[in-house]
Design a protein around this ligand. Sequence first.
Ligand SMILES: *Cc1c(COP(=O)(O)O)cnc(C)c1O
Ligand code: SF4
Length: 457
Amino acid sequence: MIETLHEKAPASPETYAYRNLLEGEFWRRIPAYRDVDEATFLDHLWQQRHSVKTPEELLETVRELASPEFIRDAELGFHRAPMAVRVSPYAIALVDWSNPYGDPIRRQFIPVASALLPDHPRLVLDSLHEQADSPVPGLVHRYVDKALFLPLAVCPVYCRFCTRSYAIGPDTENVDKVELAKTPKQWQDVFAYIASRPELEDVVISGGDVYQLPPKNIEFIGNTLLDIPHVRRMRFASKGPAIMPMKLITDTAWVDALAKVVERGRAMGKDVVLHTHFNAPEEITEITRRAMRVLFERGVFVRNQSVLIRGVNDKPERMQRLVKRLGYVNVHPYYVYMHDMVKGVEDLRTTIATAENVEKFVRGSTAGFNTPTFVCDAPGGGGKRDVHSYEHYDRENGIAVYAAPSVKPGRAFLYFDPIDQLSPAAQARWRDETVAREMIHEALRRAGQRDEALVIA
Ligand SMILES: *Cc1c(COP(=O)(O)O)cnc(C)c1O
Ligand code: SF4
């Protein structure tokens, strides 16, 4: 018998270099952490206490590592940002302070005035219209069978690009925040609403961030929702694993509380998981691997939702590395979101065309179940749409038109690419309001949407 065998050429070690995770006491590079031993750095309370919230604290922490020009630039950036600043020591220690401007961690958490761009003319606060889909404070009920519960407004870090800058974190010089339901007493209205709507099967518990909920409240919320017969699925959402993974190693009471809800759910035939939010491959270190191992051993399934961010993960190779690294530490990449049209962060947004290119490159590089779906959460409350499922995309002028037949039938939703990424001719067109209106009109016409009254943007 003759067989023709074709040996596949061995992959170069570069192909699996994503497995090389940063290890050792890397934080000692930061002047303020020079004498911090491992036990201290892994202590979640120490991390919380030493989070950087002001330009002065930033300077005290990084000292000579950052130039005086950078610090001045950040100081101005802090004043103009719609989000308060809060950065964990873990994240500070991951920044390459020899090049803070280009650094993917710095870009996400520390604003600098020199990089700010004017907002897109069609951009509004709360671009997802969450408040319009909110039947009681702290709950967004947009899709038929699932709802988003926001039980608190604080996070272990504040992301510059937060889509809920309308509500999350303390008031800033630019934004007075909307009130969410923040106490167990206020949560009762949310629970009563969910219990009264038998179509709801799925509850996302986000915020804010459930990392900041004490263990007793994780159990209280988890058990209350599990006890509602029609609730079948729950996801606790936290940025924490990405920017403060050590809490999963040292805050055993918190992990126990989560694991207990997961186990009780399993015994009831209900699915309880953790959703997290890694954006840059550098966020995943040896500490992360240990932390994810803790959850894996406790049977807590973890999914990841990233935001596609300029200079952080918008290059195909970087997104591929992030995706493969997530799979390597037992986290399933679920979504990559188009950056929402959030105020004050145009420098972080990318184009729909960029997302399509990155998606094309990532698909095929690992298991299909570890390949994220790229979505655009349609401004105006259309919900998440597969990025390339637009009715029409005017690439030249950066206008995408989406429909959402199962969410808001008959309506059209518009997403706009950041203007500085368009050609000079297109940029000039956006400066003329009449021309801009005509371009939007034309995009809608091509998308088959003739009734302007049904357009939400
Ligand atoms: C994202 C989101 C959900 C969950 O949507 P999935 O696509 O199932 O992850 C639910 N409600 C709101 C308001 C959301 O924004
Ligand atoms: S952790 Fe989530 S809710 Fe909190 S600031 Fe970041 S994106 Fe917003």
